[in-house]
Design a protein around this ligand. Structure first.
Ligand SMILES: [Fe+2]
Length: 160
C-alpha cells in the first residue's frame, strides 16, 4: 500500500468517554489510559507501542482482579476467564507471524477498542454496580430484625 492510500484511510479511533465509567475511580482511570494506549498504536513504533499496551493491560487486569477478589465479588472466576480469553486471543493475533502493516495495526486497534467497550460496558460495569451496592450496604444502618410469625399468625401466613 502506498503512503498516499494510507493517508486517505481514516484511522480507527475511539476516544474514552464519561459513559464508559463504572464508578470505581481507579478502574475508570486505568480504562481511560488503555484507550489512550490503543489510540497511540502506530506502525512506525509498533513493537514499542504494542509492548507498552500489553504491559499495561496486564497491570490493569491484575489490579482489577485483586479488587474483585478482595471484595468477594461472586462473579470473579467468570471475569478472570474473560481476561484469560482476551489474553489468548491477543497472543494468537500476535503470534500468527504476519508482518506489521497499517491494516494489521488497524485491525488490532479495532479489536482492542471493541473488546474493551464490550467488556467494560457489560462485565466491568456489572462489577461496578455490585461494588456500589456493597458499599451502600456497609454504609446503611443494620436492618431491623424481622420477627417470624408465631402461633395463629404463623398458621395463617406461614408454612402450611
Ligand atoms: Fe475486566
Amino acid at each position: 500500500m502506498s503512503a498516499e492510500t494510507v493517508e486517505k484511510k481514516a484511522p480507527y479511533v475511539i476516544e474514552w468517554r464519561e459513559g464508559f465509567k463504572i464508578g470505581i475511580a481507579q478502574v475508570d482511570q486505568e480504562h481511560r489510559h488503555l484507550f489512550t494506549l490503543v489510540r497511540a498504536l502506530n506502525l512506525q513504533s509498533v513493537q514499542h507501542t504494542v509492548e507498552e499496551l500489553l504491559d499495561y493491560v496486564v497491570t490493569h487486569f491484575s489490579n482489577e482482579q485483586d479488587l474483585m477478589e478482595s471484595s468477594g465479588y461472586p462473579a470473579f472466576d467468570q471475569h478472570l476467564k474473560l481476561h484469560e480469553e482476551f489474553g489468548a486471543h491477543v497472543a494468537d493475533f500476535l503470534g500468527n507471524g504476519e508482518d506489521w502493516s497499517e491494516e494489521r495495526v488497524q485491525e488490532l486497534r479495532r479489536f482492542l477498542n471493541k473488546w474493551l467497550i464490550g467488556h467494560i460496558m457489560t462485565h466491568d460495569l456489572r462489577f461496578g454496580k455490585w461494588h456500589a451496592g456493597q458499599k451502600a450496604l456497609k454504609a446503611a444502618p443494620p436492618a431491623p430484625r424481622t420477627v417470624a410469625p408465631q402461633g395463629f399468625f404463623a398458621r395463617l401466613f406461614g408454612k402450611h
